[in-house]
Design a binder for this molecule. Structure first.
Ligand code: C5P
Length: 238
């Protein structure tokens, strides 16, 4: 019997009969302001899953260790069970979002080098910023594990920036999460979709990510379908 382990903001995690394998279900839901704003969007789960599966398969093909096993259906994947680090790794290539508001900057300037930020995942605390020594003090991860995860973030950025560019989109920023398999190996987990990255059209700077929901700019599902169509085209050609 499958057991529901966790309902997140946009996904559910189910324990399968295999203790090392989970089933992820992408829901037709979007949230903003750390879950304080929530809305139903028909077809959004399917589009986010399709995009994330494509990206994970592309990363695996290029040597990134991940939790992804296979896409099961339009809205479901099988993934390896791992112990998650309660950390969010944000990489920024362009000024946007909280980097703009925090430092009083206008969105859109390319950063001279990627900005790397870590946040402690905690709904009660609103995911506060945490630095390396804070992470060590809280016993969340070792220096070595942090170095491995940041190294993977840099590799993911180096692979995905040109991939999205080929698809006519600028990878402005993104958030990654990592987990540990039973043997201690660190793998990329969670998802990679417009829910956790910013994508701007290369020509027009049109937003093609969850900001269309956060800022009420356009239809969310249609936007994700557009990203999927563009990605499918370039991944096929790759
Ligand atoms: O909000 P902020 O500018 O810090 O977000 C940076 C990037 O991280 C964005 O792509 C955003 O979608 C992602 N993010 C996320 N989950 C969070 C916070 C940020 O996916 N809890």
């Amino acid at each position: 019997m499958e057991k529901l382990l966790y309902t997140g903001k946009a996904k559910q995690m189910w324990q399968t009969d295999d203790p090392n394998v989970l089933r992820v279900v992408y829901m037709d839901q979007a949230t903003a302001l750390n879950g304080k704003k929530k809305e139903h969007f028909a077809g959004k789960g399917q589009a986010a899953n399709a995009i994330s599966s494509l990206v994970f398969q592309y990363l695996i093909k290029n040597g990134i260790p991940t939790h992804f096993i296979e896409k099961l259906s339009a809205t479901e994947d099988l993934v390896k069970k791992c112990q998650m680090f309660p950390l969010e790794f944000v990489t920024r290539n362009v000024v946007a979002g909280h980097f703009a508001t925090r430092y009083g900057l206008k969105e859109g300037k390319a950063l001279p080098e990627p900005v790397e930020e870590t946040f402690y995942k905690s709904d009660e605390l609103d995911d506060p910023f945490i630095n390396e020594s804070g992470t060590i003090a809280l016993g969340i991860a070792s220096h070595e594990q942090l170095a491995t995860m940041w190294q993977l973030c840099r590799q993911v950025n180096a692979l995905l920036k040109p991939l999205f560019e080929k698809a006519g989109m600028q990878l402005v920023d993104f958030k990654l999460e990592f987990g540990r398999l039973e043997d201690g190996k660190i793998v990329l987990a969670d998802e990679f979709s417009p829910d956790n990255c910013r994508l701007w059209d290369l020509q027009t700077d049109q937003h093609l990510d969850k900001d269309v929901y956060r800022r009420k700019l356009a239809n969310l599902t249609k936007t994700y379908d557009e990203v999927l169509a563009r990605l499918e085209k370039v991944v096929k050609e790759d």
